[in-house]
Design a protein around this ligand. Structure first.
Ligand SMILES: Cc1cc2nc3c(=O)[nH]c(=O)nc-3n(C[C@H](O)[C@H](O)[C@H](O)COP(=O)(O)OP(=O)(O)OC[C@H]3O[C@@H](n4cnc5c(N)ncnc54)[C@H](O)[C@@H]3O)c2cc1C
Length: 518
């Protein structure tokens, strides 16, 4: 997958069947779906794949116990079904994980015990294992650092866990394997119409300023919290439909949660769900739900959100985290489809929405990472109809994703590459120094930088440190220390010089410092 040759290929004057704007979970899911049906597909992402919300999730492939509590049965059923498909179709990226609900009140045992049995039943054949009630001793054996004072026991249930930006890159590669052209760092700046129908997008290459026009029979808007800006490019008077709600996570050392399971707190003081989840040998604690007035690609955590997470971590863990223990802190924006003027974002539906404008622009938004495939299917059904494409059935529920492998050890940090591991090994065989780690506190090897630039379209230093590897999230300070070596390896691979290295290092340091609390 070479960006420059794909850009040249996309500019050969052809008319695409489907042009997708936005390269997060939703847009990539649409591109895979469209290409798998044999439609000529182009995807344009203004920044990097998953640079927006799709690299900032809680990393759960789940039905959503919280939605069950809200009584949103159809959403839970759909998400549990998709969870099962994704574990089958991408076993190198999605794994089972036990989630323990610690119980401190007498009524919680029957309440959550029964609720989670319903959750098990709803998963049907695609279930990951039965939930069980635990004694206090069993609870402590799963979560040795859970607060033992007043602990009456727990309930354990199973959900999926994944690496979000790695799944995004895998979807880009899957789309490419199927004949689509996925392009990162190309922003859509205009939409042109013919006989009142959206038929062409104007775009700019964010890396070198080059401008392009691409023709398409159907144009799909999959831009998450930026949905309304594309709707406005298409129809200046279009009604805004998306609101953003910020969710923050903090990342801690694994010693704060050393067992084999995650903690799920079903109801915090203000009615939120809170998770503490082991991930890549760290612990992710989150999240919050704060309405924000504007969409941003790099949202900033608020002090009160971090305080909220630390206060609750202290309450449930025997090892109390302080601000200086936070290895990284990141924020993401949920695209919530608002119907009317409801101010309470936590109560807005997480279901996805497909809207077709009078110009034929197909907008898909809402939903969650777990349901990206189903969103793609629904959207392409609409787009094919709008564009008058030959109707073809969806096959993605049975389709293995790029790198599919079910015999890799999930505790091996390189397992996220699936069968591409063979390519990494060849790089090391040719240049043994590429087998060295980038930093003593990070699980990544030099060969992954070369691989990312050569095969995964990484073009900015941040692409490698934040999304091809997860260094920025695992340990922001270590990622700053590893940055010069990564920049040098990328510059060699991309044919860039000293000026590029200096400017990338400057902008990366500025970014990474915002992931640190002090
Ligand atoms: C804090 C938090 C935790 C979450 N946890 C989970 C979880 O554990 N499990 C789960 O299933 N879901 C989770 N979600 C939901 C999930 O992450 C989102 O639903 C999903 O990532 C949204 O993807 P998207 O593609 O719609 O949006 P995005 O990922 O934001 O993608 C939209 C893309 O469009 C691009 N774009 C915008 N304008 C243009 C333009 N003009 N030209 C080209 N491209 C453009 C942007 O750069 C962006 O990359 C979570 C969400 C949040 C915020």
């Amino acid at each position: 997958m070479n960006r420059e040759s794909l850009l040249a290929l996309a500019s050969d004057g052809r008319e695409f069947d489907v042009i997708v704007v936005g390269g997060g979970a939703t847009g990539l899911g649409v591109a895979v779906e469209s290409a798998s049906r044999g439609y000529d597909t182009l995807l344009l992402e203004q920044a990097d794949f998953a640079q927006g919300t799709s690299s900032r999730s809680t990393k759960l492939v789940h039905g959503g116990v919280r939605y069950l509590k809200q009584g949103n049965i159809s959403l839970v059923l759909e998400a549990l079904h998709e969870r099962g498909l994704l574990i089958r179709n991408a076993p190198h990226l999605v794994h089972h994980l036990g989630f323990v609900v610690p119980l401190y009140d007498w009524w919680e045992g029957p309440f959550y015990g029964i609720g989670l049995k319903v959750y098990d039943m709803m998963a049907g054949k695609l279930g990951l294992g039965p939930s069980e009630t635990l004694t206090p001793e069993e609870t402590l054996s799963h979560i040795p650092t859970i607060e033992p004072q007043g602990l009456r026991g727990g309930v354990i249930y199973y959900d999926g866990q994944f690496d979000d930006s790695r799944l995004a890159v895998t979807l880009a590669r899957t789309a490419h394997d199927l004949g689509a052209i996925p392009l990162n760092h190309v922003a859509v700046t205009g939409i042109e119409h013919e006989s009142g129908l959206a038929r062409e997008v104007c775009a700019v290459d964010r890396l070198n300023g080059g401008t392009y026009r691409f023709r398409g029979r159907a144009i799909v808007n999959a831009t998450g919290v930026f949905t309304d800006s594309i709707r406005a490019l298409d129809t200046p008077s279009a009604r805004p439909i998306v609101r953003a709600s910020q969710g923050v996570h903090i990342v801690l050392d694994r010693s704060f949660l050393p067992g084999d399971s995650a903690i799920m707190v079903p109801e915090t003081d203000d009615g939120r769900v809170l998770f503490a989840v082991p991930w890549h040998d760290r612990v992710i604690v989150g999240t919050t739900d704060t309405p924000v007035p504007e969409a941003a690609l790099e949202p900033r955590p608020l002090k009160e959100e971090v305080d909220f997470l630390l206060t609750h971590a202290v309450r449930y863990l025997t090892k109390d985290p302080a601000p200086e223990d936070v290895l990284s802190c990141f924020a993401g924006l949920r695209p919530l489809v608002s119907e009317g003027g409801d101010e309470n974002t936590a109560a807005i539906s997480r279901d996805h929405t497909v809207i077709v404008s009078a110009t034929g622009l197909v907008t898909i938004t809402g939903g969650k990472w777990t349901t990206y495939r189903r969103m793609g299917e629904d959207c392409v059904n609409q787009a094919a109809q709008i564009a008058g494409l030959e109707a073809r059935p969806s096959e993605t529920s049975e389709m293995r994703l790029h790198g599919w492998s079910d015999d890799l050890d999930p505790s091996d940090p390189q397992s996220v590459h699936g069968t591409d591991i063979a390519g990494l090994r060849e790089l090391i065989a040719a240049r043994p120094e590429l087998g060295e780690f980038l930093h003593p506190s990070l699980p990544y090897k030099r060969c992954e930088v070369v691989w990312a630039a050569r095969h995964e379209m990484a073009r900015r230093l941040e692409d490698v440190l934040s999304r091809r590897t997860r260094a920025l999230i695992l340990d922001a300070r270590a990622s700053i220390e590893a940055a010069p070596e990564v920049a040098r390896l990328m510059a060699d691979e991309l044919g860039e010089g000293e000026d590029w290295v200096r400017s990338e290092l400057d902008s990366y340091r500025t970014l990474a410092e915002t992931y640190l609390l002090h």
